[in-house]
Design a binder for this molecule. Structure first.
Ligand code: APR
Ligand code: ZN
Length: 367
């Protein structure tokens, strides 16, 4: 039986979301119906609202969510009704070369980016009878969604939905950038540019592996205070201090690792200059489509520096989500502290406005 869900829908133009009713069909073969418990408000949604990334519309926004399996389609084996699941904003196809090599984060068979299920359709319909698209094939800012089973990863019920939702994007992206992409060793020096939800997760990951010093950079004092509480040993206020000079001073000439977690060309271009000889820059922040950064290639080559692109923290959802959940339950990742605001679905526009103003570490919609 199809059901009706309230959802935050982007009509395709403008930066406002509208709370609308959408009809959610039953899960097809290999698909799972999930009742959302919580959805994070992430920077990638904002890129869409602000017209920086193009998508099919109307779109149920949200790609950072967790909930309970309400129904499963034919042939589903990985999850069962009643399981608590974290949703992955790409569903690994499990057939392409990347998936076979264990690099599910680079899956080429997924249609997540098109906001489509594997058969090229969606299970969402608007009040006018037209197709509604779930953002990144998830659409977590709605009461229900239908996803491929490979996008729903079971986690222990002891993890609250608010925390579980963030495991679906910001935490995995940030912690994964440290442990999967950069493989930062204990004692390495590191700098983090941008301390939003994702940047703070990078700081937590660095504290987890024992990096030292951990220098956090942001324009907002509120974000820097949060970074200190998660293990940053030093903080630098962008806009008020000379960031490259201060970072070099704090890291004895340059950091072993630098993470850009803002997605602006100006700060991406700063990265090589923050690094020690043979240091590694990790690009986590995502710029608007088509933007290019200028890099001094001769300096990069002569000093043997590496720039690494990081997508979803190089994560394999079925491995990384339960791993992060376990570290949280063992008290090794203080994820509760990331959530600064718990909001209702109809407060979603205010949450994005706060993000645009550089406020709030993370807003989470609780259903
Ligand atoms: N220098 C330092 N910090 C800055 C600057 C700057 N010039 N400009 C913005 N910031 C800070 C903001 O104050 C904010 O704390 O960068 C942070 C960005 O965080 P959010 O807007 O909360 O975004 P987040 O969800 O963390 O995502 C960051 O990672 O995955 C990508 O698409 C995502 O590009 C986005 C980035
Ligand atoms: Zn995200």
């Amino acid at each position: 039986m199809p059901r009706t869900a309230r959802a935050a829908v982007h009509p395709g133009t403008g930066d406002r979301l509208e709370i609308r009713s959408v009809t959610v069909a039953d899960p097809g073969p290999g698909e799972v119906l999930v009742r959302l418990g919580a959805s994070g408000v992430c920077g990638s949604d904002r890129h869409v609202l602000d017209g920086e990334w193009q998508l099919p519309s109307p779109t149920v926004m949200g790609h950072e969510g967790a909930g309970v399996v309400e129904a499963v389609g034919a042939g589903v084996q990985d999850v069962a009704v009643g399981d608590h699941v974290v949703l992955s904003w790409y569903y690994p196809c499990r057939r392409c070369r990347a998936c076979a090599q264990g690099k599910a984060w680079a899956c080429t068979g997924t249609r997540s980016n098109e906001c489509l299920l594997p058969d090229g359709s969606t299970r969402l319909t608007g009040e006018d009878g037209g197709t509604v698209y779930p953002y990144l094939a998830l659409g977590t800012m709605g009461e229900y969604t239908v996803v491929p089973e490979s996008a729903a990863v079971r986690i222990p019920e002891a993890v609250p939905f608010e925390v579980a939702s963030l495991i679906g994007c910001s935490i995995t992206t940030g912690v994964g950038a440290v442990v999967n992409n950069a493989r930062v060793p204990a004692g390495a020096s590191a700098v983090v540019l941008g301390c939003g939800g994702v940047g703070l997760a990078v700081v937590m990951g660095l504290a987890l592996v024992g990096a030292d010093p951990i220098v956090a950079v942001d324009t907002s004092e509120e974000k820097l205070a949060a970074a200190r509480s998660f293990g940053a040993t030093h903080t630098v206020r962008a806009g008020a201090e000379d960031v490259p000079a201060r970072v070099r001073e704090l890291t004895d000439g340059g950091a072993d690792f630098a993470f850009e977690v803002i997605g602006r060309t100006e700060t991406i271009e700063q990265v090589p200059g923050l690094l020690a000889t043979a240091g590694t820059g990790v690009l986590v922040g995502l710029p608007a489509e088509g933007q290019k950064a200028a890099i001094d290639v001769l300096e990069l080559a002569e000093s043997g520096k590496t720039l690494v692109g990081s997508n979803y923290g190089g994560a394999v959802p079925s491995i990384d989500f339960p791993r992060v959940a376990r570290l949280y339950l063992d008290g090794k990742l203080p994820l509760d502290g990331l959530i600064s605001h718990r909001v209702r679905l109809d407060e979603v526009n205010e949450a994005f406005d706060a993000m645009r103003a550089g406020q709030r570490t993370r807003s989470v919609i609780v259903f």
